[in-house]
Write a protein that binds this ligand. Structure first.
Ligand code: 13P
Ligand code: SF4
Length: 311
């Protein structure tokens, strides 16, 4: 049996399920039971009936799956698959920050640790951030953490003045505006589509801004034939599968690389997924205290999303 067949065989024998984010490599996307953006994966994780969940994504995503399935085994192929955005928000400093603004409610982007989630009133993703923010009365002071770029984008869209934690994603912040504009000169008919984790200065040039799933849907529904894609390159696999006749050009970062991969997401491999299934390790473990506290704002997000029919 090849590696792919061995994974599928083990998965069946152990009643396991593989959830994968769009930023995984194409071979992992192709064997996943469910593939999606952060919101979709949380929604799927809420209703899993397998005994084992293998989460092909990064640490905070596997934590979310564990919070939603405290009695199931959640495996992460590489325990070191972290996230620069999550790391930019240490829980002790964040606790002091929220305590200094006691009249503020706390909205945290799902790209944060379970400890930060436990300090939050509600979680959001890039798909539902607007409706989560709008679920609070206009005069309610808000903290938004940890992504200053997504927070600034939502402030601009909603006219709010949320206090922003000063965190950022290393992948979405290093796109080169100069190289992006050069690409636009080369392909003037191409539409620029960008993820809201990018800086405001870059978003000014985007024809469309949205979460990973919203970007994918846009490329399917819009009449343009060419797109310059300003987000992690993993999503191009699904864009090309969904619209094989269209051209997708990854936007380059401000270094010598031609495209922009998340080094954390790309730590996962088929071999590591196989080993994780075989050994049932590394397993994601959370304390009872964190399991009890951090699930509350996640459930709140899922309830609000259900009410707004986010799928
Ligand atoms: P979404 O999945 O919400 O588009 O977020 C992208 C991301 O950076 C995941 O780490
Ligand atoms: Fe974190 Fe950015 Fe990688 Fe997403 S793309 S996992 S936000 S570092």
């Amino acid at each position: 049996m090849n590696l792919r067949e061995k994974i599928l065989d083990l998965k069946q024998k152990k009643n396991a399920i593989i959830l994968a984010h769009y930023y995984q490599t194409a071979d992992i996307q192709d064997i996943a039971d469910f593939l999606g953006d952060s919101l979709q994966l949380a929604q799927v994780a809420e209703n899993v009936d397998a005994d084992i969940i293998v989460f092909a994504g990064v640490h905070f995503m596997a934590e979310t799956a564990k919070l939603l399935n405290p009695h199931k085994k959640v495996l992460i192929p590489d325990l070191d698959a972290g996230c620069s955005l999550s790391d930019s928000c240490p829980p002790d400093l964040f606790k002091q920050f929220t305590e200094s603004l006691p009249d503020h409610k706390v909205i945290s982007y799902i790209n944060c640790s379970a400890e930060i989630k436990a300090l939050s009133d509600v979680i959001c993703t890039s798909s539902n951030a607007m409706s989560i923010v709008n679920s609070f009365p206009e005069d309610q002071p808000l903290i938004f953490a940890p992504d200053r770029n997504l927070g600034a984008y939502i402030n601009k869209q909603t006219g709010r003045n949320m206090v922003l934690w000063n965190g950022a994603c290393m992948v979405h912040e290093i796109f080169s505006i100069e190289k992006l504009l050069n690409l636009k000169v080369e392909f003037p008919e191409a539409k620029i589509i960008a993820h809201p984790e990018c800086e405001a200065e870059l978003l000014e040039y985007a024809d469309f801004i949205g979460s990973t799933t919203q970007l994918l849907k846009y490329t399917q529904q819009d009449s343009a034939e060419k797109f310059i894609v300003v987000t992690e390159t993993g999503i191009l696999h699904q864009m090309m599968l969904a619209s094989p006749h269209k051209i997708f050009i990854p936007a380059p970062p401000n270094n010598s690389c031609a495209c922009n991969d998340c080094p954390h997401m790309k730590k996962n491999t088929l071999e590591k997924i196989y080993q994780a299934l075989l050994l049932e390790s590394p397993e994601l473990i959370l304390s009872v205290d964190i399991l009890t506290k951090a699930i509350v704002p996640i459930k709140k997000m899922l309830d609000i999303s259900r009410a707004n029919a986010f799928v």
